[in-house]
Design a protein around this ligand. Structure first.
Ligand code: PLP
Length: 405
């Protein structure tokens, strides 16, 4: 039996939705994208949402909107995908990287507080595997550093403090701390990349919460910034008698075409069922691996305040507690030989050439490295049949037993 890691779940209704756009006479950004972004706003319970061509573009739009650039610092955890940090370099700011907590994939408010300087303009946190981070202690850390905050743009001045941005590439639909993903920070970027819970092949969205004091200014900026800085979109130019336009600044090209928006909008209709199925699989893996020397990431439960949380069920992160790095890699190979594709989330950024070249040293991130050495991600998606789910759990258990006897 072959089990792919994360194929897209494309249903007949998705295909029909895309075909309708192809037949409609308008294929780039237009009415379907409008519907999709409004539905996402309603689903996340946020102030508003803009569609972009990736989560990376979403994060970058938040930083550009805030006017973060040269001379500024942005804090980001070491245990993440490169996009959480590369956007900081893209806007010309300095990446300040923090380690995770010991024995965890997530960083802590204490580590972030210790990394704040008067140059800090934003903090980017990651809802890894679709599990929302607790932003309350981070906002407390931001508040404690308030007197040292030096705004470098009118937007930063208006906000009056360090901005908190969530890389929510994994977390659409997650709940926690009494909130939904998108509501816990000033900005949240979602990804609709091909391997995500909800996909548009490539794509993303930036959303911002109702309490964001800059809410009114964000949408007009992103609309311009993702369409060359042009005062009218192609559709607006077509639909109105006035072809006239201006270019307000040298913006970027990061919009989502309606062909892709149709795919995402169609998938959003069944997204609650998608998450439910993902959690069924997580529960099954947890149950089947319960007596093994492994620790799965907790996707559901109660937080410190006794409030229920539930991830989006994006990635099944498993720590193989008794296996060292080479054995972890051997486990992945053995699983592959038996037909199952696994993965690792993530190689800490200081292990990657780009970040080594920027001067980051893995020795400064021992907790992230330790988490990486033991981590394996099992297939978790809605194309999996019950039979495949059982096969993955059984094969993982047998492989662990083979390796630890
Ligand atoms: C944690 C994280 N952040 C950001 C991204 C980037 O998403 P996109 O490909 O939509 O830019 C990814 C993509 O895999 C990711 O896993």
């Amino acid at each position: 039996m072959k089990v792919p890691f994360s194929p897209p779940d494309i249903r007949p209704e998705d295909i029909e939705a895309v075909v309708q756009v192809l037949r409609s006479g308008w294929i780039t950004s237009g009415p379907v994208g409008e519907e999709f972004r409004k539905a996402l706003t309603g689903f996340s319970g946020t102030s508003d949402t803009m569609l972009v061509n990736s989560a990376t573009a979403g994060l970058k739009n938040a930083l550009r909107f805030l006017g973060v650039g040269s001379g500024d610092e942005v804090i980001v955890p070491a245990y993440t995908y490169t996009a959480s940090a590369s956007v900081i370099a893209h806007v010309g700011a300095k990446i300040v990287m923090v380690d995770t907590a010991k024995g965890d994939y997530f960083t802590t408010a204490e580590r972030i507080a210790a990394a704040i300087t008067p140059r800090t303009k934003a903090i980017i946190l990651v809802d890894l595997a679709g599990k929302m981070v607790d932003t309350k202690p981070i906002y407390q850390a931001i508040e404690s550093a308030q007197s040292d905050f030096c705004p470098g743009s009118p937007q930063q001045e208006h906000l009056g403090r360090i901005a908190l941005i969530i890389d929510g590439a994994h977390s659409l639909g997650a709940t926690g701390y009494g909130m939904r993903a998108g509501q816990a920070s000033d900005f949240t970027a979602f990804s609709f990349h091909a391997v995500k819970n909800l996909t548009t092949a490539e794509g993303g969205a930036l959303t911002w919460r109702k309490e964001n004091p800059l809410a009114e200014q964000i949408k007009p900026f992103i609309k311009l910034n993702t369409l060359h800085g042009q005062s009218k979109s192609a559709l607006e130019k077509t639909n109105t008698s006035g072809w006239e336009y201006d270019v307000m600044f040298t913006g970027y090209k990061e919009n989502m075409p309606d062909i892709l928006a149709a795919l995402g909008y169609s998938q959003l209709q069944r997204y609650p069922q998608t998450m439910k199925r993902r959690h069924q699989i997580i529960d099954y893996y947890n149950q089947e691996l319960a007596h093994q020397p492994v620790t799965p990431l907790t996707h559901r439960g109660l937080d410190q305040d006794g409030q229920p949380f539930s991830s989006s069920g994006h990635l099944y992160l498993l720590s193989l507690d008794t296996l060292e790095l080479d054995q972890r890699n051997d486990f992945i190979e053995r699983m592959f030989d038996k037909g199952i594709s696994c993965n690792v989330h993530y190689k800490p950024l200081p292990m990657l050439t780009a970040y080594k070249n920027l001067g980051f040293n893995l020795q400064d991130y021992p907790n992230a490295y330790a988490a990486y050495c033991h981590e394996v991600t099992l297939p978790l998606h809605t194309v999996l049949t019950d039979e495949q789910v059982a096969f993955v759990a059984e094969t993982a258990r047998d492989t662990l037993q083979e390796m630890t006897k």
